[in-house]
Design a protein around this ligand. Sequence first.
Ligand code: MG
Length: 383
Amino acid sequence: MTTAVLASWACHPDRSRGRRFAEADAPTRNHHQRDRDRIVHSSAFRRLVYKTQVFLNHEGDLFRTRLTHSLEVAQLGRSIARSLGLNEDLVEAIALAHDLGHTPFGHAGQDALNDAMKRADASSSGFEHNLQSLRVVDELEERYPMFNGLNLTFETREGILKHCSARHAKRLCQSEPGGVAQRFLSGGQPSLEAQLCNLADEIAYNAHDIDDGVRSGLITLEQLTEVPLVERFLRETLRDHPQLQGRRLLSETLRRMLSEQVYDVTDSTRLAVQAVAPAHVDEVRSSQQALVQFSVAMRDQSLPLKRFLREKLYRHPQVTDTTERAKLVIGELFERYLNHPQDLPAYFAQQSDLPRAVADYVAGMTDRFALKEHQRLTGRQVF
Ligand code: MG
């Protein structure tokens, strides 16, 4: 069932560390193909279509959403995985699941939910989207008769848990000793497939945030000439196509930048992996540093781009005005449900840890459902 020849350092589906609940193998799909299919059929995945990446869902139909972002990460990840002999199906599964735990309204929603949790209970571990992504696939999806969640393989779950504090890792290790949180306590790296998804995520959002930023009018192509990485490809595009302007000029510039970053990661990672020559994925896991990497030159060039996006786009007054309103919506929804659990669906109202149940419910909302629910409960229209 394995479709491509995998390198010794890849996660081989027939050597999976398995699922939390034993299940019979599927007749036509390997373990990681099955994980990917379960993610695609989950309700959390469908909700990504109405969740914010940077621009709120109602601001325009052409901006990226969490769903299209996740598809772009999967495309970039698979493309690089294929060149490196990695497990494409696993990369796709991790990429499609990596943002399942995001709240409505992007990072603003997460910050508001984290603050609200801590206000409700000072000893609370708060809210963090990576942990929530794992919680969605482990606990919150309700699709199978015998277990909560999607019962994904260790390798997919390992990739989903990208960051984790020591405090959270200790808690996770209590219920799963030596499990996916262990590396945050004892050191080490995740599989190359998981490392690749982290970098594919970064490559994807750096490029599409420029694209969406220019489309929105909040940043301009002229401003982007301050960023050496973009300026280089803009200059090369104009050299080859002097008449090009507008959207085609931007698209061709970004296409060239994306391709260069993909080739750079592929080449640098190949060299780093060959230097260590892991005979097995566990040798990848025990290495001191991540092996999926940009070259030093590309890493240095991508930093000013990230800085530009932070200063000129993510902190643009129009974006921060929107995020302040979004925080208000999330904060008020949380307080409302906490004080009036009868407003929650029965399943959430019955949970013993009410603040956590409220956070799960609010985090699972799409942008537009959160706004509708906020208006229904408060009578106010924030946008
Ligand atoms: Mg992402």
